[in-house]
Ligand binder design. Structure first.
Ligand code: HEC
Ligand code: HEC
Length: 398
């Protein structure tokens, strides 16, 4: 009678959970659905296990035959796993010493403990064969290299997709494919206001040398990207990818000097080649910064092999303690330095690093980065010039 009632309760509880779980799941929103279902299922399982155990205990306590049925396999399994001596037989394994009333049992080592121990040995053998003999597993360094490789691939993908292009890094494209795709974009999106041939309609003329916001790819890219909304030029960055903006910008620049059917009068300022150079220099101040010190003007000719040799020897003797060509050491790697700095700056740095670090921003930033100062090697101007020649000869990696 009583067990019947229990069974009924159990069934109704289970029924409640199974019917209510889709309801609960639905209220959790799209993303939470699976998680909620999982939680409810775990809750039901835990509840059922707890309930069954409780039933077993109740029956066992009553010493009911059915309870024994549940409990005895469990007890046997536990016994097999622990090999524990029952309390009634403890006297048989009691050892005969006595420490202030504390006595010791000579229990067997429980099999579960031994399994764990043998398990670690087995694991170590598999591990060793996998990682060190077959070598198929990724040990730390390989894993690091693999990650670097993956990151590089990802970066290249980003570069190719143009996601890293912005008004600072943009360059003008000149290959036929990019320009023709730039032209397509132009005809589709821009011609309505700037005319098919760039002669200008609502928007300004691209065939003359005058620009309202400055010429050159950087300015043009910036205007295409951000627009001048108050003047009717919209921002294109939501409709065109950076690569597309680069292509159409490069295409526009090719229109200069062509003769359009109808030419809108020039607007803005004249943009000349020297403006272009000045803009380049502003974008990368290191290419014009001559530094401070005795050298104000260096004239460079063909690379002189004899001077290179002298410079190379001097470099080994005076500089190689702190500088490597391709690797950061005490000081920066120096390969390609002549492409990053002006010849004057390099010679001033060699001749008077202390003054440079005090008065030149680039040198000061380098000191901040490398912490240790560059030593003055007391070279003559001729020697510094020889090292410069050596640097000029060492621009590309061998
Ligand atoms: C709805 C008309 C309209 C469309 C479409 C349009 N432009 Fe313009 N654009 C203008 C106007 C108007 C200006 C002048 C803004 C000003 O006076 O500051 C302008 C200016 C520019 C400038 C700066 C010119 C300068 O002299 O500095 C560039 C570059 C430019 N547009 C490129 C584009 C490109 C590329 C597209 C297509 C992707 C495009 N425009 C589409 C109206 C338009
Ligand atoms: C005591 C170590 C030391 C020695 C010796 C040394 N340098 Fe340096 N060098 C540095 C450090 C450090 C920097 C970074 C700037 C700073 O901290 O002042 C640097 C910077 C430079 C730079 C600028 C690098 C850049 O990226 O712009 C050049 C060029 C240079 N050194 C050339 C030389 C030459 C040539 C010699 C030999 C005549 C030499 N250095 C000797 C430590 C040294």
């Amino acid at each position: 009678m009583k067990s019947n009632k229990l069974l009924k309760t159990l069934l109704s509880v289970l029924l409640f959970f199974t019917t209510s779980s889709p309801l609960l799941a639905e209220s959790g929103g799209e993303g939470a659905n699976l998680e909620t279902v999982l939680k409810v299922m775990i809750a039901i399982t835990a509840f059922t296990i707890a309930f069954v155990l409780w039933l077993v205990l109740v029956y066992a306590e009553k010493n009911d035959a059915k309870g024994e049925l549940f409990l005895s396999p469990l007890k046997d399994a536990l016994q097999w796993f622990t090999k524990a001596t029952p309390i009634s037989k403890e006297s048989e394994i009691l050892m005969d010493h006595d420490y202030d009333g504390i006595r010791e049992l000579d229990n067997k080592i429980p099999p579960w403990f031994n399994f764990l121990f043998y398990g670690t040995i087995l694991f170590s053998i598999i591990y060793m064969i996998n990682y060190h003999v077959i070598g198929s597993g990724n040990i730390q360094e390989e894993e690091y290299l693999a990650e670097m490789e993956a990151a590089k691939a990802e970066q290249q993908l980003l570069v190719r997709s143009g996601a890293l292009l912005d008004e600072e890094s943009i360059t003008r494209l000149s290959d036929a494919l990019s320009l023709s795709s730039g032209k397509d974009i132009y005809i589709k999106h821009c011609a309505a206001c700037h005319a098919n041939d760039g002669g200008g309609l609502v928007g300004p003329n691209f065939t003359d040398e005058y620009w309202i916001h400055g010429g050159g790819i950087k300015n043009v890219f910036k205007i295409i990207k951000y627009g001048v909304p108050q003047k009717g030029m919209i921002s294109w960055q939501t409709q065109l990818s950076p690569t597309e903006m680069q292509e159409v910008g490069s295409y526009i620049l090719t229109l200069q000097g062509t003769t359009p059917a109808v030419s809108k009068p020039a607007e803005g300022e004249l943009w000349t080649a020297s403006d272009e150079e000045a803009a380049e220099a502003a974008a990368n101040p290191a290419l014009t910064d001559k530094g401070v010190g005795p050298i104000t003007e260096v004239s460079l000719g063909e690379i002189d092999p004899q001077l290179v040799k002298k410079g190379s020897d001097l470099f080994v003797a005076k500089c190689s303690a702190c500088h490597k060509m391709d690797k950061r050491f005490v000081g920066p790697p120096l390969r390609g330095i002549t492409e990053r700095r002006t010849p004057e700056w390099i010679m001033n740095m060699i001749l008077d690093p202390d003054k440079m670090v005090k008065e030149n921003k680039i040198a000061r930033d380098l000191l901040m980065e490398y912490i240790s100062p560059m030593a003055n090697q007391s070279l003559t101007q001729d020697e510094a010039r020889a090292i410069l020649e050596y640097f000029r000869s060492e621009t590309t990696q061998e």
